[in-house]
Design a protein around this ligand. Structure first.
Ligand SMILES: Nc1ncnc2c1ncn2[C@@H]1O[C@H](COP(=O)(O)OP(=O)(O)OP(=O)(O)O)[C@@H](O)[C@H]1O
Length: 218
């Protein structure tokens, strides 16, 4: 699914990622851990080409990402963030279908899929509400649906539970794990929470000093 070979990223003369090699197979669920500033978001941003200017190679589905038009890459990779990043003036439903519209998909294809996913995550009946009328957990579920609408093969989640209380964070992780299995989507989930990693045992990568290492539990 994703193969990273000798990836180095610098900001000025600071090396954030130092000759990183990584393979995430199709259908894997992987946690990414590391202290603040260790480069987790930088790695995710490189993967979906929010930033560039690196050395080494990033392959998605066997193709180097710079050889793919951005819209093709963004169809393969969905993203969610700590801050949900929903459009305030759009309803839940509009926020979701917009993700299909920017990919040029017909509404008759997008809308039933949006309804199916909204129902799946427990938001049926809330389609016409605006983000500010939802709880943090509900907003994050909208963001998940939006990210899954185009049936990506990989979901990148940058601290998706960072703004949620611990009970809601657990529910969110449970939902992500279920969607991972039901929809067959690979997931790379950044978290600071040792508790969530223990609660939902999965392959865990640790970033430290520019390197990404497999995290071996003792
Ligand atoms: N555009 C930029 N220009 C210069 N330095 C940057 C830029 N973006 C990030 N950095 C630096 O790169 C380092 C890694 O940042 P990054 O956001 O990837 O860390 P992180 O592990 O995601 O941290 P956190 O857990 O706090 O979100 C930080 O020291 C940050 O200051």
């Amino acid at each position: 699914m994703i193969r990273i070979d000798n990836l180095t990223k610098q900001y000025g003369n600071r090396t954030i990622l130092d000759d990183v090699n990584l393979h995430i197979r199709e259908g894997e669920f992987v946690f990414l851990q590391g202290r603040s500033g260790s480069g987790k978001s930088t790695l995710l941003k490189l993967l979906y080409r929010d930033i560039g200017d690196y050395s080494g190679q990033i392959l998605v589905g066997g193709t180097p990402i710079e050889q793919m038009p951005k819209y093709v890459l963004r169809r393969k990779i969905g993203v969610i963030f700590q801050s949900f990043e929903l459009l305030e003036r759009k309803t839940v439903f509009e926020n979701v279908v917009l993700a299909g519209e920017v990919q040029g998909k017909a509404s008759k294809l997008i809308e039933p899929e949006a309804m199916r996913l909204l129902e799946r995550v427990g938001l049926k009946g809330m389609e016409q509400l605006f983000p500010e009328q939802l709880s943090g957990g509900e907003q994050q579920r909208v963001a998940i649906v939006r990210a899954l609408l185009n049936r990506p093969s990989l979901l990148l989640a940058d601290e998706p539970t960072g703004n949620l209380d611990s009970e809601t964070a657990e529910q969110m992780l449970k939902l992500l794990k279920e969607l991972h299995e039901e929809e067959g989507i690979s997931m790379l989930v950044v978290t600071h929470s040792e508790h969530l990693i223990t609660q939902f045992p999965s392959r865990t990568l640790k970033m430290d000093n520019g390197k990404v290492r497999e995290y071996a539990r003792t």
